[in-house]
Design a protein around this ligand. Structure first.
Ligand SMILES: NC(=O)c1ccc[n+]([C@@H]2O[C@H](COP(=O)([O-])OP(=O)(O)OC[C@H]3O[C@@H](n4cnc5c(N)ncnc54)[C@H](O)[C@@H]3O)[C@@H](O)[C@H]2O)c1
Length: 274
């Protein structure tokens, strides 16, 4: 089991919600954490100071917009060295936003830049930094259950999260080439200030008694999955589905799924093969 105690971590979207819960768990387990977020510097430093009170590890705040590639590099690659004298060997690309499908091209593109492009760039930067330092590490990307299932309420957001899952489970070779495991977490609706609140409102508008509203996850429950994926060094290119009653590793048994499709799926007309 890789030790969290004494390790260096970097987390985006760490000022609230799921990212803050993951940062808290890591500091409680003795990690030194760079909390990266858009939130202003003074409030961010105060959050980091609160986490330092937990006693085991430490935290510093770094204000960054992850969609700016140079700033992302400075935060993810340079800040951990500057603050803790070590590259981040635990990297959590978690910052995410959600907009309505009719928000317009500019806002949809901004969402794709945060949810998808920054995750891919963050993973690649982390892998290069860890390899250059001659270390081993782990990257956890935040996707969503809306990246494993259809999410008709927000189709563009679903596209961004399917992209995170597809990217993360395709990073399997980085373990051999860079010594870096890449996994992703796919939470169901979680009580958080922005993304969670957006979906709670959306489902409430559909039906005040919508079943999804009854049993929402807490960020702390979701954070447990990040810790499990970090601590188990056998887990690589996995997607962890997190639902109110259970968390599990999603089964990407491609051969099995394809064979089942051939057996059970609706056959489409096709020309005969010669
Ligand atoms: N809450 C849910 O129901 C839910 C479910 C599945 C997945 N997720 C995903 O979990 C992740 C965390 O979301 P949350 O629910 O905790 O939401 P949240 O909005 O409460 O927190 C997101 C954090 O990301 C930060 N952020 C946004 N854009 C940024 C940028 N460009 N650069 C740096 N930081 C930025 C915000 O300032 C905020 O602190 C997101 O990727 C979200 O899509 C959330």
């Amino acid at each position: 089991m890789p030790a969290i105690q004494g390790s260096t971590a970097w987390i985006s979207g760490a000022a609230q919600g799921i990212g803050l819960a993951v940062a808290r768990e890591l500091v409680a387990k003795g990690a030194n954490v760079v909390m990266a977020d858009l939130l202003d510097e003074t409030k961010g430093q105060s959050l980091a100071a609160d986490l330092c009170q937990l006693g085991a590890g430490t935290a510093v705040y770094d204000r960054v917009d992850v969609t700016d590639t140079a700033s992302l590099h400075r935060s993810l690659v340079e800040k951990p060295q500057e603050a803790f004298g070590c590259c981040a060997t635990i990297v959590v690309n978690n910052a995410g936003i959600v907009v309505n499908d009719d928000a317009g091209d500019a806002k949809i593109k901004s969402m794709m830049d945060v949810n998808m492009m920054a995750v891919m760039k963050g993973t690649q930067m982390a892998a290069e930094a860890i390899r250059s330092a001659g270390k081993k590490g782990v990257v956890i990307n935040t996707a969503s259950m809306g990246g494993l299932l259809p999410l008709p309420e927000t189709q563009a957001y679903a596209a961004s999260k399917w992209a995170v899952v597809g990217f993360s489970i395709s990073c399997r070779p980085l373990k051999k080439s860079h010594g870096v495991r890449v996994n992703c977490v796919c939470p169901a609706m979680t009580q958080t200030p922005a993304v969670g609140t957006f979906f709670a409102k959306k489902f409430k508008e559909q039906d005040a008694n919508h079943p999804l509203l009854k049993d929402q996850l807490l960020p702390e429950e979701v954070a447990d999955a990040y810790i499990a994926l970090i601590e188990n060094d056998k887990l690589n290119s996995q997607a962890a589905a997190i639902m109110p009653q259970v968390s599990y590793l999603h089964n990407f048994d491609f051969v099995g799924v394809t064979m089942q499709g051939i057996q059970d799926g609706v056959k489409l007309p096709r020309r005969a093969r010669l």
